[in-house]
Design a protein around this ligand. Structure first.
Ligand SMILES: Nc1ncnc2c1ncn2[C@@H]1O[C@H](COP(=O)(O)OP(=O)(O)O)[C@@H](O)[C@H]1O
Ligand SMILES: [Mg+2]
Length: 362
């Protein structure tokens, strides 16, 4: 909320311009100042400043909503994944207005999932989509337009049999390649405008972990705290955007080695460590829903619901095919598993890689 731009709060454009010249753009920027400082920066009287501060404070104060209001909005509150078994567990799909993280080992299908969801978001509501565009922030240069089109045409052959629709779909996925932490933060800080101008109904950040882990050596003193603050800043912007526009935000995350033994984690264990989601415990609290993808064997993989406010711990087997992620078996398969703290949930990696778990612990 505090990241909201002043010009979206009803403050006149003249005052916004005056404040912007002094680098005061967001509600947080303004509300962090004393009344005197605001008077000077905006060139307003004490009374006018009080009115300005009241307007901005009201804009950032979360509105009171009743459970009844939310219940009535239920049909708009989820984004169907086109995977009925997963949607059923998540009571309709990925929740709008909140952050969903997909975490797992390299090559397990996180980007495939993002591409598949991008296709879906652009499709009409009658076809199960959102009929909106997508903002796709790619920090790993992993986005492939060819694969996006392949997934679209293989998954929905009837709908995408018409070339016009393929072109329209691809034209609605807006790609931003941001390869440093600063670039990602700048992009996120300016995203509100892009969401409005492009009519975005889905934000994807693939991945949140790669640039952060590359740039921050957490073995050095003080760096971990700096990184935690930066991640907190990113999370607060994304939460604000998700909430403000009531859209789903999907992030991907990587894995790390958690040192220490864990009795029930035998399948994911290697020597005295086990594999779990990267970026630590504080970060794991920032995401509302955590889906973990992991290997069963070279071909088969699993998706775990490791954190959700509506679904139990659950596991579904899947295979990656030409048409993207495909859940194996029928929709009524036995799915529950004994989960644990989502920040510590062990993740199964390919066994040939588990013997070299020597990377940084974060
Ligand atoms: N056209 C395709 N058909 C089947 N499987 C594919 C296809 N394209 C990619 N894959 C699978 O997707 C995997 C890569 O998934 P990806 O989403 O890039 O992983 P990551 O989790 O690292 O983001 C490959 O290892 C491959 O198994
Ligand atoms: Mg990827």
């Amino acid at each position: 909320m505090a990241a909201r731009l002043l010009k979206r709060t009803g403050v006149s454009s003249e005052i916004c311009e005056r404040l912007k010249r002094q680098q005061i753009e967001s509600c947080k920027d303004l509300l962090s100042l004393t009344t005197i400082e605001v008077m000077q920066a905006a060139g307003l009287s004490y009374q006018q400043t009080s009115v300005l501060l009241q307007t901005v404070s009201k804009a950032v104060a979360p509105p009171v909503t009743t459970a009844l209001d939310l219940w009535k909005q239920n049909s708009d509150s989820c984004f169907s994944t086109s995977l009925p078994a997963l949607d059923k567990l998540l009571r309709g799909g990925l929740p709008c207005g909140t952050i969903t993280e997909v975490t797992g080992p390299s090559g397990c299908g996180k980007t495939q999932m993002c591409l598949m969801l991008s296709v879906l978001a652009t499709m009409p509501k009658s076809e199960g989509g959102l009929d909106r565009s997508v903002i796709y922030i790619d920090t790993e240069s992993a986005f492939s337009a060819e694969r996006l089109v392949e997934i679209a045409q293989s998954r929905f052959p009837d709908y995408f049999s018409c070339k016009e629709r393929v072109l329209q779909m691809a034209g609605r996925v807006h790609l931003f390649r941001e390869l440093t932490c600063d670039d990602v933060v700048h992009r996120l800080e300016k995203l509100e405008e892009d969401i409005i101008s492009k009519g975005a109904g889905l934000i994807i950040l693939d991945s949140v972990a790669s640039v952060v882990r590359k740039e921050f050596d957490t073995t050095l003193p003080g760096i971990l705290m700096h990184r935690t603050n930066l991640l907190g800043h990113k999370a607060s912007i994304l939460k604000y955007l998700a909430h403000q526009f009531n859209i789903p935000v999907i992030l991907t995350n990587q894995i790390t080695t958690h040192l220490g033994d864990r009795e029930c984690a035998s399948s994911a264990r290697a020597d005295s460590g086990y594999v779990t989601a990267a970026l630590g415990n504080t970060w794991s609290h920032s995401v509302n829903t955590r889906l973990i993808v992991q290997y069963v064997n070279a071909h088969q993989r699993q998706i775990l619901i490791a954190k959700s406010s509506v679904a139990p711990f659950a596991v579904l087997n899947y295979t990656i095919k030409k048409q993207g992620i495909c859940i194996d078996g029928n929709d009524n398969q036995e799915t529950l598993y004994e989960g644990t703290d989502p920040g510590l949930q062990p993740i199964r990696v390919r066994t040939e890689f588990t013997s070299s778990l020597t990377g940084p612990v974060d």
